[in-house]
Design a protein around this ligand. Structure first.
Ligand SMILES: O=C(O)c1ccccc1NCC(=O)[C@H](O)[C@H](O)COP(=O)(O)O
Length: 208
């Protein structure tokens, strides 16, 4: 199972994560209202890290995203807002980078909304709906994913922790399209500072 560790900001903490966990992706939040916001100046420290770097954006402009791609050496763009199909298509055409399109889950999922994104994005990512967009630590009703109708691989997110590993594995057994997990606040000591040992333990439990 692939692992994305999101909301990283400190160079030492990120280096430790890479050394001890080797995540498939490391996420940085470029949304100024987030407690995990990564400012432009941080690229000097974080830009050179040897890991696939995901930039998380909420309804940002193409120009803002392009700037972060250049400065931080992003490999992946996570669209965490209400980005349209046209915008997502333009972004893919202009950058050629891997794209995660996030869908914030409430009480139900309308699969027709996801369909036009299928030829454009590399992965869907399902997260819990909150007004703050992400990093809430809240779990949504995973039963809603059981009739996922596409072959497109997706990542699961929203309140993932060591406590719900058994349920994650149960879902993975039912849905082979679930190829990755996105973790964040349940592994934090403080916003944007992760407990690396706890993440290592989570990875071990998920993969064994
Ligand atoms: O983490 C944030 O502060 C954040 C703010 C705005 C948009 C997205 C954000 N996080 C993106 C992520 O991919 C998180 O990992 C995801 O929301 C799950 O977080 P959590 O429920 O804390 O595990």
């Amino acid at each position: 199972m692939k692992l994305k560790v999101c909301g990283m900001r400190s160079l030492e903490n990120a280096q430790d994560l890479i050394d001890k966990v080797q995540p498939d992706w490391m996420g940085m939040i470029f949304y100024s209202k987030s407690a995990r916001f990564v400012s432009e100046e941080a690229h000097v420290a974080l830009g050179g890290l040897p890991v696939n770097k995901v930039g998380v954006f909420v309804d940002a402009s193409l120009e803002e995203i392009q700037k972060c791609i250049m400065n931080f050496g992003l490999t992946t763009i996570q669209l965490h807002g209400d980005e349209s199909v046209a915008f997502t298509k333009d972004l893919k055409a202009q950058t050629g980078l891997e794209i995660f399109k996030v869908f914030a889950v409430k009480e139900s999922i309308d699969w027709r909304v996801l369909e036009p994104y299928l030829p454009i994005v590399d992965y869907f990512l399902f997260d819990t709906f909150t007004k703050a967009y992400g990093g809430s630590g809240q779990v949504f009703d995973w039963h809603l994913l059981e009739n996922y109708p596409f072959d497109k691989p997706f990542l699961l997110s929203g309140g993932l922790s060591i406590e719900n590993v058994t349920d994650i594995k149960r879902l993975q057994n039912k849905l082979p399209q679930l190829v990755g997990l996105d973790i964040n606040s349940k592994f934090e000591i403080e916003p944007a500072m992760k407990d690396i040992e706890k993440i290592r333990e989570f990875k071990e439990l998920v993969n064994n």
